[in-house]
Design a binder for this molecule. Structure first.
Ligand code: MG
Length: 427
C-alpha cells in the first residue's frame, strides 16, 4: 500500500514512534539487575566486540555505539556488555506493533524500533492523546522499561524530526505549518534525519546552508544539487507532502558486520563471514519472495581504504551461493585487470553486502523461470527446516567450514527479516 502523494497535508496527524535505546532496554526489561546500569548490547562479547546499542546510563557516561569493548571497559569498568538477542528484539517489536494497532490499523514498521502511525483517515481522534496512550500502553502491556519518543506532524519525515526534537527537549513535539520555521531555524543540515556529512557539505557548497533555506529552495534547485529525484523528495518532505510511508519499503536490503582485530587474523573467518552475510540476505529475500537485480559489496580495510563494487545483472538472484559467486567473479576480473592483491584479506575491518532493484518471481519472465522456481522451493524447504529445528541442525555443504555457524546478523535498524506472517495484517 503506497500512501505517498503530492497532496499538501497541513493537519499534524502522522505519529512517528521511536523506541529509546531499544536493544539495551529489551535486555534491561528481561534482566531486572541490568536496570539503572551502563549496559551495552554487542554482537559478540569478545575483547574487541563492538557495541551496537547502549542503555541511557551508558550514553550518559559518554560511551558511543560502535566503540569496541576494550576501549569501553578502559573508560568505564562498571560497563556491562551483553550479547545480542535478535529473537528477543523481534518478539518485543511484534508486541509493540500489536499495542499500536489497537489505536489505528494504519501502522507501518520502519525498522525494528520505529513505526509510523497514520491517523489521517481517523477523524475525530486527537493525535496528541493517542501518542500519550501508546507510550502508556507499551509500558503497561509490553514492558515497564520500554520507553519511546513520539513525534507528530503532517508527514512521516517531519514526525520523525519531531520525535528527535522531542527527545532532546524531553516532551512531545508537534510540527505544524505555523511552527515549522521556528523548529527548523536553530537546526543544522546534519540534524535532518537522512542528511549525512557528505550531503550537507554538498548542499552548503551550493549555497544552501540550513534546513530552513532548504525548505524554501525550489524543487528544481534541490534536484540539481542532489543530482537525482531525491532532491524533489526533500522539497516535498519539508513542505508537508508525504514521501515516506510505504508498507513494503524495500528499496534495498543490506547485511553488514564489523570485524575485530582478533577475528580478522583468520582468513577462514573472513570467508565465512562473507557467506553469512549472503545467507542473511538470501533468507530475507526468500521470506519476501524477492529476487535482486543489483548487488553491492564493500570491504573496508585497516588503513581506511575500501573496496566498493555495485553491479546490475540480467538474471535476478535470490540465493546466497549465486550472490557469493557473482561478487567473487567481479573481484577476480578486477584482480586480473589490475594485478592487485586479494580483496578478501586479513585487513578487512568491515564487510557489507547489499541487494536492491527487486523483482518478484510473479513478474519475471526469464527462460530460467522454471529453474528458479524449483530452486526457490528447495531453499524454502531448507529455511523451514532450519526454523523448526534450529539453524545449526541443517547446514548445507557450502556452509560447512570449521563446523561453526556464525550467529544471526542484525541489520542496523532493519526489520526486514521478519517473516511474511508478521506482515499479513498490513496488506
Ligand atoms: Mg530508537
Amino acid at each position: 500500500m503506497n500512501q505517498n502523494s503530492t497532496e499538501i497535508r497541513t493537519e499534524p496527524r502522522v505519529l512517528f514512534v521511536d523506541m529509546n535505546s531499544f536493544f539495551a532496554r529489551c535486555e534491561q526489561q528481561v534482566n531486572y539487575w541490568l536496570r539503572n546500569r551502563p549496559v551495552g548490547v554487542c554482537v559478540y562479547t569478545g575483547k574487541y566486540g563492538c557495541v551496537i546499542s547502549l542503555s541511557t546510563e551508558a550514553k550518559e557516561l559518554g560511551i558511543k555505539a560502535g566503540m569496541r569493548l576494550n576501549d569501553v571497559m578502559a573508560k568505564c569498568p562498571d560497563f556491562v556488555p551483553v550479547e545480542s538477542n535478535p529473537t528477543r528484539y523481534r518478539e518485543f517489536h511484534k508486541k509493540i506493533i500489536q499495542v499500536i494497532r489497537q489505536y489505528c490499523n494504519d501502522v507501518v514498521p520502519k525498522s525494528i524500533d520505529e513505526a509510523i502511525v497514520n491517523l489521517t483517515n481517523y477523524e475525530g481522534t486527537t493525535p496528541f492523546d493517542i501518542a500519550r496512550n501508546i507510550q502508556r500502553d507499551i509500558l503497561e502491556k509490553v514492558g515497564d522499561w520500554l520507553t519511546c519518543s513520539i513525534g507528530i506532524a503532517p508527514n512521516a519525515f517531519l514526525a520523525k524530526l519531531a520525535s528527535v526534537q522531542g527527545k532532546k527537549r524531553g516532551g512531545l513535539v508537534i510540527i505544524t505549518p505555523q511552527n515549522i520555521d521556528d523548529i527548523l531555524r536553530p537546526l543544522k543540515l546534519g540534524d535532518l534525519p537522512g542528511i549525512g556529512y557528505n550531503m550537507s557539505y554538498r548542499l552548503e557548497r551550493n549555497g544552501i546552508k540550513s534546513p530552513l533555506e532548504m525548505r524554501y529552495a525550489t524543487p528544481q534547485r534541490l534536484k540539481a544539487i542532489f543530482k537525482s529525484i531525491e532532491g524533489i523528495y526533500w522539497h516535498y518532505r519539508l513542505n508537508f507532502m508525504e514521501t515516506n510511508i510505504m508498507s513494503h519499503d524495500y528499496r534495498g536490503m543490506q547485511a553488514m558486520r564489523q570485524i575485530s582485530a582478533e577475528k580478522r587474523k583468520n582468513i577462514e573467518y573472513i570467508d565465512q563471514l562473507f557467506m553469512t552475510l549472503c545467507l542473511t540476505l538470501e533468507r530475507r529475500m526468500v521470506h519476501h519472495k524477492f529476487y535482486s537485480k543489483s548487488i553491492g559489496f564493500t570491504a573496508v580495510y585497516e588503513d581506511g581504504t575500501r573496496w566498493d563494487d555495485a553491479f546490475t545483472i540480467s538474471t535476478p538472484v535470490q540465493d546466497a551461493v549465486s550472490l557469493m559467486r557473482m561478487i567473487r567473479l567481479r573481484i577476480d576480473k578486477f584482480r586480473e585487470k589490475t594485478g592487485c592483491g586479494p580483496v578478501l584479506n586479513t585487513q578487512v575491518t568491515q564487510m557489507r553486502v547489499a541487494v536492491t532493484n527487486f523483482v518478484t518471481n510473479g513478474d519475471t519472465l526469464y527462460s530460467l523461470f522454471e529453474d528458479m522456481d524449483r530452486k526457490e522451493t528447495a531453499l524454502k524447504t531448507m529455511h523451514a527446516i532450519k526454523n523448526k529445528f534450529g539453524s545449526e541442525k541443517l547446514v548445507r555443504a557450502v556452509e560447512l567450514t570449521d563446523g561453526k555457524v556464525i550467529k544471526d546478523v542484525i541489520g542496523f535498524g532493519s526489520v526486514k527479516d521478519l517473516t511474511d506472517l508478521d506482515y499479513k495484517m498490513m496488506e
